[in-house]
Design a protein around this ligand. Structure first.
Ligand code: ZN
Length: 293
């Protein structure tokens, strides 16, 4: 394991419009040296290049400036590299067509625990992903291309906070890092295994995959508002089925939508429409506390 500094060029200051993202690329090469040679040739520097298998990290830029690894088309999204308060770009050594080349499950956990988690906590980036990560294939359906089905619109990109990949960036065609096991990375980054959970938390945690599925649910072209509405309908069903569910924990599941920039008023309106009055009030109170924290 080695950490080296290989300074590169930034794209200048971020545009400061509020979002906080971390974005993953794959280098499409065998090691850090070949990746750095490509950055020098193309002036396409990320913040960090990480070789998960060798546990090596090359640091190119401070985390508070814009990197240069995304395309930004004239007339396209108003900002890609510079969007938001912070957008950390990581190049992971390996190829998008073969996620195993990026790292073993243990390597992915190391990256989450020792690199992504600490960086995101320091820079205030939520350790969640609300996009779908799809495989890079030689034929469609593939993560490559403008219309890969998971690429965000400029407005969605602008509003997104959390973790995502090059395959989700507007103005771009690249499909890296493919179908990497992002949930394994994020779970390690959050330290999910390290905390002792109460029974109520265990119960809520078991609901996360269901709620996540309801919120994302192959939502290719649907707006965040439409996804939210479906999510709330699903949550209502869960509440009705399981009366003693902790509203605060359910609210916590909706917090990523808040962090992703969905207006709180929209969420509140949807909650009121979706839930019975007494539950809606408890839910809104819990949500307000969560947001205040
Ligand atoms: Zn890339």
């Amino acid at each position: 394991m080695a950490i080296v500094s290989t300074p590169g060029n930034s794209a200048g200051a971020m545009n400061g419009d509020g979002s906080r993202k971390a974005l993953l690329h794959s280098t499409e090469g065998p090691n850090i040296a070949s990746a750095v040679a490509a950055y020098r040739a193309n002036n396409s520097w990320p913040h960090k290049t990480v070789d998960l298998r060798r546990r090596d990290i090359a640091i190119h830029l401070p985390l508070n400036v814009a990197a240069r690894s995304l395309q930004n088309l004239p007339g396209g999204a108003d900002a890609t590299n510079k969007d938001g308060d912070v957008l950390i770009q990581y190049e992971l050594v390996g190829t998008a067509t073969d996620p195993a080349s990026i790292g073993s499950p243990e390597d992915l956990e190391w990256f989450g625990r020792d690199v992504l988690g600490p960086d995101c906590r320091r820079m205030g980036i939520p350790l969640v992903t609300t996009v779908r990560w799809i495989a890079y294939r030689s034929q469609p359906p593939s993560s490559y291309g403008r219309n890969n089905g998971v690429r965000l619109s400029p407005a969605e990109w602008d509003a997104y906070s959390g973790v995502l990949g090059h395959q989700h960036a507007p103005d771009n065609v690249h499909g890296d890092p493919g179908a990497i096991d992002i949930n394994r990375i994020l779970s390690a980054a959050r330290g999910d295994d390290d905390v002792a959970l109460t029974d109520a938390q265990e119960k809520s945690l078991a609901l996360i995959p269901k709620i996540h599925a309801l919120l994302t649910n192959d939502g290719l072209d649907r707006s965040p508002a439409a996804r939210l509405k479906e999510g709330l309908i699903g949550i209502r069903a869960l509440l009705l089925r399981d009366g003693d569910l902790d509203e605060a924990e359910v609210a916590r599941q909706l917090a990523p939508l808040v962090l992703a920039g969905m207006p709180v008023d929209d969420i509140a309106t949807a909650v009121v429409e979706a839930l019975p009055d007494d539950q809606a009030q408890a839910f809104l109170d819990a949500l307000a506390v969560r947001i205040a924290n």
